[in-house]
Design a protein around this ligand. Structure first.
Ligand SMILES: [Zn+2]
Length: 134
């Protein structure tokens, strides 16, 4: 069996040139497959010309002029899907409500004694002058 290197040299001699098939993903225009002359990390999107990250999917030889016409494999996301994906995650945070149960009570001065079920440190209990000190 002929070695790949030998085959390659033969093909190059016959006027073939190396082609690298890449997948190019543009966030706005979708996934394209195209054949280019050499490996590259980035390649301009066929539609908007923005440099996009590419991944090499295959190598081969061709006598066709390079680069090949890009072929859209996966169309771009719809405007709505895009919007949903790019939207800030909406994490439901608990609403800031005044702590009526504790804060209000503390501000007004707590009852004359701290019940056993009240887990607040004893020192935080504010005694009010309006209350009789037991
Ligand atoms: Zn694009």
């Amino acid at each position: 069996m002929q070695s790949w290197d030998g085959l390659r040299l033969g093909l190059l001699a016959l006027g073939y040139s190396k082609v690298v098939w890449i997948h190019l993903h543009c966030a706005r225009h979708g996934l394209f497959r195209l054949g280019i002359a050499g490996e590259q990390e980035c390649y301009p999107c066929p539609t908007c010309e923005q440099a996009c990250k590419v991944s090499v999917v295959a190598e081969g030889f061709t006598r066709q002029p390079l680069p090949f016409k890009p072929e859209l494999i996966v169309p771009a996301l719809s405007r709505k899907t895009m919007h949903d994906l790019l939207a800030e995650p909406r994490i439901a945070k608990p609403r800031r409500v005044p702590d009526v149960h504790h804060g209000g009570k503390l501000r007004r001065g707590i009852a004359e004694y701290q019940p056993a079920c009240d887990s607040r440190p004893r020192g935080r209990v504010v005694r009010s002058g309006a209350m009789p000190d037991l």
